[in-house]
Design a binder for this molecule. Structure first.
Ligand SMILES: *[C@@H]1O[C@H](CO)[C@@H](O)[C@H](O)[C@H]1NC(C)=O
Ligand SMILES: *[C@@H]1O[C@H](CO)[C@@H](O)[C@H](O)[C@H]1NC(C)=O
Ligand SMILES: *[C@@H]1O[C@H](CO)[C@@H](O)[C@H](O)[C@H]1NC(C)=O
Ligand SMILES: *[C@@H]1O[C@H](CO)[C@@H](O)[C@H](O)[C@H]1NC(C)=O
Ligand SMILES: *[C@@H]1O[C@H](CO)[C@@H](O)[C@H](O)[C@H]1NC(C)=O
Ligand SMILES: *[C@@H]1O[C@H](CO)[C@@H](O)[C@H](O)[C@H]1NC(C)=O
Ligand SMILES: *[C@@H]1O[C@H](CO)[C@@H](O)[C@H](O)[C@H]1NC(C)=O
Ligand SMILES: *[C@@H]1O[C@H](CO)[C@@H](O)[C@H](O)[C@H]1NC(C)=O
Ligand SMILES: *[C@@H]1O[C@H](CO)[C@@H](O)[C@H](O)[C@H]1NC(C)=O
Length: 482
């Protein structure tokens, strides 16, 4: 049954199985003293009236009915029926009142979830009929998930569900999980399993950090060499049909898919196909295209002074826009390797010509403005990491700025996350907070409680704008398919 422990177990094993820790986690979870009561929902709903009064269901003829014609509901009914009764051997309790039907009044059938999706719902469990009401199918999906958590099988192998009233809506509109498929390739099936785990936990954005220095698995029609030369191998790529499959799987679960094509840093792999796209670094101080061992490569940051750079950005991002229906595109913009720019005499000339002096924020700003103009012209909205804002750049007043830095990485190098978040919020940007949820920093299972307890609004300063949350998972996984 989809109980708390089941969900946690699933979520954690999905991420750790590939590292071979499954027995380690299984041996330590569930934790003593932290097992929820049978039929407790997860995460905690906004309003929850519980009771010890129990009803039963008959798995052979339980009805799930809904009132709209909607492919999302057709798929959801099938999926939850299977989750609830498919592999369960429970039976109806003979001496309890019965719940015969789940009646869903689901409201609007929208094609794709968006940042404005209304995910609220109300769920009432009483004898006869469970009613689930929402104003959109997204709310119905969240309510169905909660319903699946309320139903449980007890030690007599009997289905039980307690009298319950829940009125729920998310605290944050954006509840993301980032997967990095560039430091390590993740198979499509692994990504789909993660989408299931996300749906069980009511996450609604898959932030797909798809390419990076290490590899370029996105297969582009405009630039086929990018993956031919930049992927780890000919099969370690994402084709158009892989991407469609992932987006469709996510859509049916109310999950948006936002791709991140990170520039100007984190682009070494692009250079294997597009030589002029990257700045030749004078890593040895004398010669173009030399590395600065051991910290930086010969070529790993975009060359912002060539017009051809922006032709590439325009063509590639237009293609990405056709592949991904979400309104948002993540532009990265973190960790620009300025020392490379500073080492290159042509860049220095360009900066002098533009009157930038030796202020690399102005060069970064120049690059960001050109890219923003291209992306906005595609009617696309923008997310980027907070580094340019930290540096003093303006990044567009409707850009969502995502905060990743935190003292936990290295207290000598970084401040507590609040000290990055507050200035971003004060400048009026919509803000995504990720800093306290680097799941790859989990040392072992129970650490998850610290993540759950991180309070994103725990900062002083007026919060004028939306603050939302995004969880990061970027460890290079040692992936072994079972
Ligand atoms: C009942 O709900 C309240 C919150 O409304 C919660 O604190 C309490 O733990 C719940 N009881 C059980 C048995 O889960
Ligand atoms: C459901 O009812 C049972 C039996 O009365 C009780 O033990 C359990 O704590 C209840 N669960 C919740 C979540 O209230
Ligand atoms: C979302 O839908 C609920 C009904 O499920 C409604 O009460 C609420 O006002 C809606 N919220 C917005 C922002 O439209
Ligand atoms: C080489 O890397 C070091 C350490 O990151 C940095 O201080 C230095 O400026 C770099 N030099 C060049 C030429 O990139
Ligand atoms: C680059 O484009 C700008 C205008 O967009 C133009 O003025 C300039 O001549 C171009 N440079 C080259 C080398 O083509
Ligand atoms: C904006 O997009 C149109 C086509 O949609 C294109 O013709 C035009 O060149 C673009 N402008 C810029 C600045 O990219
Ligand atoms: C560099 O430019 C940025 C953006 O205009 C500005 O905030 C910053 O103060 C400048 N830095 C220096 C050292 O002049
Ligand atoms: C952003 O700036 C543009 C003009 O530069 C203005 O029209 C728009 O209202 C501003 N939006 C916000 C949310 O401040
Ligand atoms: C809020 O942050 C402070 C540190 O700035 C920390 O000591 C406290 O535990 C946090 N509280 C919550 C509820 O996260």
């Amino acid at each position: 049954m989809a109980s708390l422990t089941f969900h946690l177990f699933f979520l954690i094993t999905q991420w750790t199985f590939s590292e071979g820790y499954i027995t380690y986690i299984a041996a330590r979870l569930p934790l003593k003293g932290f097992i929820a009561a049978p039929g407790a929902p997860w995460p905690m709903p906004k309003e929850w009236i519980n009771s010890t009064e129990q009803f039963t269901v008959d798995p052979r003829d339980f009805l799930i009915v809904y009132d709209v014609e909607c492919d999302i509901m057709v798929a959801a009914e099938k999926r939850y029926r299977d989750l609830l009764f498919g592999k369960q051997s429970g039976r109806k309790a003979p001496d309890l009142k019965q719940v015969e039907k789940l009646h869903i009044t689901s409201g609007k059938c929208e094609q794709y979830p968006s940042i404005g999706s209304n995910e609220s719902y109300a769920l009432t469990v009483s004898p006869g009929t469970v009613s689930l009401e929402s104003s959109t199918v997204w709310g119905a999906l969240r309510g169905l998930e909660t319903f699946s958590q309320l139903l449980y099988i007890d030690s007599n192998n009997e289905f039980k569900i307690n009298a319950t009233t829940i009125v729920d809506s998310p605290r944050f509109q954006h509840r993301g999980l980032m997967l990095d498929t560039a430091r390590h390739y993740l198979a499509v099936d692994t990504i789909l399993s993660n989408l299931d785990a996300m749906a069980y936990n009511k996450f609604n954005v898959f932030h797909w950090h798809i390419v990076d220095d290490q590899s370029f698995p996105y297969v582009s029609e405009a630039f086929p060499d990018l993956s031919k030369k930049g992927a780890y191998g000919p099969n370690l790529v994402y084709t158009k049909s892989d991407i469609q499959k992932i987006i469709e799987y996510a859509r049916l679960r109310g999950i948006r898919v936002i791709p991140e094509f990170d520039t100007p840093g984190h682009t070494q792999s692009w250079g294997r196909a597009l030589k002029d796209f990257l700045t030749p670094c004078y890593g040895d101080g004398k010669n173009p295209g030399t590395a600065n061992y051991t910290s930086h490569a010969e070529y790993e940051i975009v060359n912002p002074i060539l017009n051809s750079t922006y032709d590439v950005i325009h063509k590639l991002y237009s293609e990405v826009k056709r592949d991904f229906p979400d309104q948002y595109l993540h532009l990265g913009m973190d960790e620009a390797y300025r020392a490379c720019w500073a080492s290159n005499p042509e860049i220095k000339n360009f900066m002098a010509l533009k009157g930038f002096g030796s202020n690399f924020t102005l060069l970064e700003q120049y690059y960001i403005e050109k890219v923003i103009t291209i992306v906005k012209n595609m009617s696309t909205k923008i997310i980027m990491w907070h580094d340019p804002v930290d540096n003093g750049a303006e990044v567009g007043n409707d850009t969502i700025v995502q905060v990743w830095k935190d003292a936990v990485f290295d207290p000598k190098k970084f401040l507590p996350w609040q000290q990055y978040l507050v200035p971003v919020v004060k400048k009026g940007y919509k803000t995504l907070l990720s800093a306290c949820w680097y799941l790859n920093h989990i040392s072992y299972g129970p650490d998850w409680r610290k993540r759950y307890e991180c309070e994103p609004l725990n900062f002083t300063g007026q919060c004028m704008t939306l603050v939302t949350v995004d969880t990061l998972f970027i460890r290079d996984l040692e992936f072994k398919k079972n």
